[in-house]
Write a new protein. Structure first.
Length: 222
């Protein structure tokens, strides 16, 4: 089974290097958003670009902001399963501060150059041990994309829950703290745990997929 992997805000496919999945992982590269493009419109273009949904069986994996894209793609294509890592499933799981900032339209007033945080602040918020990789990703970040993505995150309206969901959150995630009874918690996992706790995350995904396929005509538990 192919699993399409969508990385987090400002990140790229390098974050998937550390996973050891038992299925083929296809990293999805970000494409440039169009002016005033919605998250749903953007997701539709990724579906077309990667021909997602053409296979009989496939999965979608999203990390952080990529989880929002993964959710929208899943609603449009009906994958066998969806995997969210350090992310949220619905708008209700976003913090009040994020939703309030979206209503204020504050992001529209902030110049792109101010959206590149000091490295020390990023290390703290991501809670990572792999500072070199995070620094490299931050240096390569397209700040125009970042501004678009933050705006879409703040104004995300999804309230639909997904079938066959594997949702993994870290107990020390400062950016998107885990919410919902359907979240599988990784102890001491921070926002960058897809790298720092890759083996534990991989084991959870592999075990849950096996559980799903071993059950006959029954939805996977969330």
């Amino acid at each position: 089974m192919k699993i399409y992997g969508i990385s987090g805000l400002g990140a790229d496919k390098r974050v998937f290097r550390y996973l050891t999945l038992e299925h083929e992982l296809i990293p999805v590269d970000w494409i440039k958003p169009k002016k005033n493009e919605t998250l749903i419109g953007y997701s539709k273009r990724l579906i077309e670009e990667y021909e997602i949904g053409n296979e009989a069986e496939f999965g979608i994996l999203g990390v952080s902001f990529g989880g929002l894209i993964a959710t929208e793609i899943s609603k449009l294509t009906k994958p066998k399963l969806t995997i969210l890592i350090s992310s949220v499933e619905t708008r209700t799981e976003l913090s009040g501060i994020i939703k309030l900032a979206g209503k204020s339209k504050l992001i529209d007033l902030i110049p792109e150059k101010l959206l590149n945080p000091p490295k020390a602040a990023a290390h703290f918020m991501f809670g990572t041990e792999n500072k070199e990789l995070l620094n490299s990703i931050l240096d390569d970040t397209d700040l125009n994309f970042t501004k678009w993505a933050i705006r879409e995150l703040m104004n995300w309206s999804n309230e639909s829950r997904l079938n066959n969901l594997i949702k993994i959150g870290g107990t020390k995630d400062k950016l998107l703290p885990p919410k919902g009874e359907n979240t599988i918690l990784v102890e001491n996992g921070a926002h960058f745990m897809i790298v720092d706790k890759a083996k534990e995350v991989s084991d959870i995904i592999n075990d849950r997929i096996k559980t799903y396929y071993n059950r006959v005509d029954a939805p996977m538990e969330t």
